[in-house]
Design a protein around this ligand. Structure first.
Ligand code: CP
Length: 312
């Protein structure tokens, strides 16, 4: 199979077989992690530029590690030390970096649509590392890979997504991704933090009336933090109230399927959206998600470079 796109901007653009192709490729790359020398020459001679306009721990470091493990030359722009601080626009920043002939850009930006915008400015591949409240496609692939390592048939799963769904790019991508694979999605959030779902007409996506309804018999529970950098605090009365009604506790988790998997994209606010004790529970796979992040990002770089070889 091959992937006939230059960029990875959104899960909305992918078919179920595209998603499976990314995940299966990531599983192959993950085998390298067991070796003494965790490096292959696959992308020798390729150059990747990482541009993160928003803070990141997991996404940025896993992209950088992925690039090193694939032997690509990589460069991470420090926005505060760059000419963005002198007022240079996103467009001019990208056009100038593009003049140095990189093969791929990894972009995180606070504006929804930023990755799509720069994909039009360059022949290099563009990977969306999170754009505003729009999408975080590589996080969705990580979440699907993490679940697929434990569960054979994703189409039979009940996936609960709980928290600040409205401002979460992870939630948007996960809703597209898991529903494309046939899973039933249950959403639970304060009414003010629920998304509009008009674009998912033929999928089973339920707005749960209570956290108990969302969690009951769930195979996967994905917890989300409040995206306070996107003004979400204005949408809830107080953090204390949020804790009381929207935190995943051990008691609530006991309603889920016995083999439930708890995921969280991070960063976690312990004892706000999830009890601290659940983070160390063997049903929780947060650090597995982080481990899989490197494999997924290796797969994304490898697959898009394959497209570049044919069409670039
Ligand atoms: N999951 C995620 O995007 O984490 P970071 O913001 O740390 O990259």
């Amino acid at each position: 199979m091959s992937f006939q796109k230059k960029d990875l901007i959104s899960i909305k653009d992918l078919s179920a077989s595209d998603i499976n192709y990314f995940v299966e490729t990531a599983k192959e790359f993950k085998k390298i992690f067991l070796k003494d020398i965790k490096k292959v020459p696959t992308l020798r001679g390729k150059t990747v530029v990482n541009i993160f306009y928003e803070p990141s721990t997991r996404t940025r470091s896993s992209f950088e590690i992925a690039q090193k493990r694939l032997s690509a030359d990589s460069l991470s722009i420090s926005i505060s030390q760059s000419s963005v601080a002198k007022g240079e626009s996103l467009k001019d920043t990208v056009l100038n970096l593009d003049a140095m002939k990189p093969d791929a850009f990894i972009i995180r930006h606070s504006e929804s649509g930023a990755a799509h915008f720069i994909s039009k400015l360059t022949k290099a591949s563009v990977i969306n590392a999170g754009d505003g409240i729009n999408e975080h496609p590589t996080q969705c692939l990580i979440d699907i890979m993490t679940v697929a390592e434990e569960k054979k048939d994703l189409s039979s799963l009940k996936v609960a997504i709980i928290g600040d769904i409205c401002h979460s790019r992870v939630a948007r991508s996960d809703i597209y991704g898991f529903s494309k694979l046939g899973a039933d999605i249950y959403l639970y959030a304060p009414h003010s933090l629920l998304p509009r779902l008009t674009e998912h007409k033929n999928k089973k996506i339920v707005i749960a009336k209570s956290i108990e309804e969302a969690v009951k018999d769930a195979d996967v529970v994905i917890m989300l933090r409040i995206q306070k950098e996107r003004a979400s605090y204005y949408f809830i009365p107080s953090i204390e109230e949020y804790r009381n009604f929207f935190k995943l506790t051990p008691e609530l988790l006991s309603l889920a399927d016995k083999k439930v998997m708890v995921l969280h994209p991070g960063p976690v606010n312990r004892d706000v959206e999830i009890s601290g004790s659940i983070i160390n529970d063997n049903r929780t796979h947060i650090f597995k998600q982080v481990e899989n992040g490197v494999a997924v990002r290796m797969a994304c770089l490898y697959i898009l470079m394959g497209y570049q070889k044919i069409h670039g």
